[in-house]
Design a binder for this molecule. Structure first.
Ligand code: ADP
Length: 474
């Protein structure tokens, strides 16, 4: 089973919840209780020392009567909800607000009374030497007069009351904890919406791509890193899909273009062998077969040079050369073909010599392909014009014919590999549809451009740019 992110995050969330709960239930009650006891003891102790300095001291020095002191302490004990006692040095309870004890009453004797029991602390908890049935918090303050301890004032409050306060405070803490825990669910929801769900979609997309389905679209709309990642993935998959489609198309085209000449060669040869074509006609049909093999050779050469050109960072053998001279040379090679079709090539060249900086061999191949096309698609008795010009520090070469022209809807596709217009398929059976793509590849490698101006029925003009020789020589 695959471990997904969401259950892990959920687990972390619950671990966080359990640990927070444990921490709060284990430590907070003790801290709260200790705090409440010491706070209560502190205020009780200040009351006790006030009483010992005033009422109790008054009682011992006979400045105040027992009744007066008793009345005052009763009132105070009701107000404080506490039991106030005055205990003598010997451990006799002289006055107790919780019970009536006469001035000479000796019945309330605390046998093991020891005011130093609390040690360094000013309070103690418990049943106060066995005088209470329940647990109480007690403070002891000495009554001093003439530097002598005459007795003690003790105040006692029920620990039940402190526990109640403590529980009330703890309840608030627990409720806060639950609220924080529930509120932190928001983080979980945000995590799910912003990270987990988009990530799940992206993972699914990646799986689809791994399976070869490059047309799958990862649908994450957010404008954050996740959205950007999904968009990048979609873009990448689109590109791969395009190049796959192109590759398939390429192979289909190559197969088709190889199959048709092979089929016709096979057909003619079989017909010659089985006598369907009589021996006196053999020469004619062998000529056709030769033509077909020419086409195959051309196709293979075209594919090979495209393959060479296509490799990234194509090596260019750059040099300075006279483009006019190259044009003249290329035009001469077509003399024979032109004669057959009574086509004239007119050269309008700028200056005697026009030096450019490029790969001479490849530029001549461009000139050859363009002139070849111009002748192929020209009518008999027409003129082809090859022109050179310089404009804005660029050399422009134009090859213009007055042939069949290119329909506007085809113009965008003629530089694609294997593209042949329907018209040319009928007219020029030898075409491979590779000539212009080779031209485009070479110019792209030179970082130069090519443009076509064409009107069906009137002719076409191909203009490409080159770098003049002097630019690099500065
Ligand atoms: P090919 O000429 O071998 O068919 P290209 O790549 O050279 O292949 O040309 C592609 C297509 O562009 C041609 O089939 C033709 O339809 C069109 N084309 C190219 N040059 C011309 C031109 N000078 N006049 C008319 N159509 C042209």
């Amino acid at each position: 089973m695959r471990h997904t992110l969401y259950p892990k995050f959920l687990l972390a969330y619950f671990i966080f919840g359990v640990f927070s709960f444990l921490a709060v239930t284990l430590f907070v009650p003790r801290i709260t209780r200790d705090y409440l006891i010491s706070k209560t003891a502190q205020s009780l102790y200040s009351e006790a020392s006030l009483i010992s300095r005033t009422y109790a001291e008054g009682l011992y020095s006979s400045k105040a009567s027992f009744e007066t002191v008793s009345l005052q302490l009763d009132a105070l004990s009701v107000y404080m909800d506490a039991d106030i006692r005055i205990i003598s040095n010997g451990g006799y309870i002289i006055l107790d607000t919780a019970q009536d004890i006469g001035p000479n009453d000796t019945s309330s004797f605390i046998p093991n009374f020891d005011p130093s029991t609390s040690g360094a602390s000013y309070y103690l908890t418990g049943d106060f030497f066995g005088t209470f049935d329940e647990e109480v918090l007690s403070v002891i303050s000495p009554i001093t007069s003439d530097y002598l301890t005459k007795g003690y004032v003790t105040i006692h409050v029920s620990m039940d009351d402190i526990e109640k306060d403590c529980n009330a405070l703890l309840n608030i803490t627990y409720i806060s904890l639950v609220i924080i825990f529930l509120l932190s669910l928001i983080i979980l929801i945000f995590f799910a919406r912003l990270i987990y769900l988009p990530l799940k979609k992206i993972t699914k997309g990646a799986e689809q791509y791994a399976d070869g389905n490059f047309h799958y679209e990862v649908n994450v709309e957010s404008r954050d890193e996740m959205g950007y990642l999904a968009a990048s993935l979609n873009y990448m998959a689109g590109k791969i899909a395009d190049s796959e489609d192109e590759q398939k198309k390429f192979i289909a085209n190559v197969s088709h273009d190889f199959r048709s000449p092979l089929t016709s060669i096979k057909g003619y040869l079989e017909a010659m062998l089985d006598g369907t074509i009589p021996p006196e006609m053999h020469e004619k049909y062998l000529g056709i077969v030769l033509n077909e093999t020419d086409r195959l050779t051309k196709l293979t050469n075209g594919l090979l040079s495209l393959n060479n050109l296509n490799t990234r960072g194509m090596h260019l053998d750059l040099s300075d050369f006279d483009i006019n001279d190259s044009i003249r040379k290329v035009a001469e090679t077509f003399e024979g073909t032109c004669k057959k079709k009574s086509i004239a090539i007119e050269l309008v060249l700028m200056g005697d010599e026009l030096m450019v900086h490029a790969d001479k061999g490849r530029i001549e191949q461009i000139l050859y392909n363009l002139t070849d096309n111009a002748i192929k698609f020209s009518h008999h008795d027409s003129v082809i014009k090859i022109e050179t010009a310089e404009k804005k520090n660029k050399i422009y070469v134009s090859v213009k014919d007055s042939g069949i022209g290119i329909p506007p809807e085809d113009i965008g596709m003629i530089f694609n590999r294997f593209y042949k217009s329907d018209a040319s398929r009928g007219k020029d059976k030898k075409g491979t549809g590779l000539g212009l793509s080779i031209v485009k590849e070479i110019l792209t490698a030179h970082e130069e451009n090519i443009n076509v101006i064409s009107t069906p029925g009137e002719g076409s003009e191909f203009i490409f740019s080159l770098q003049p020789a002097d630019v690099d020589e500065i």
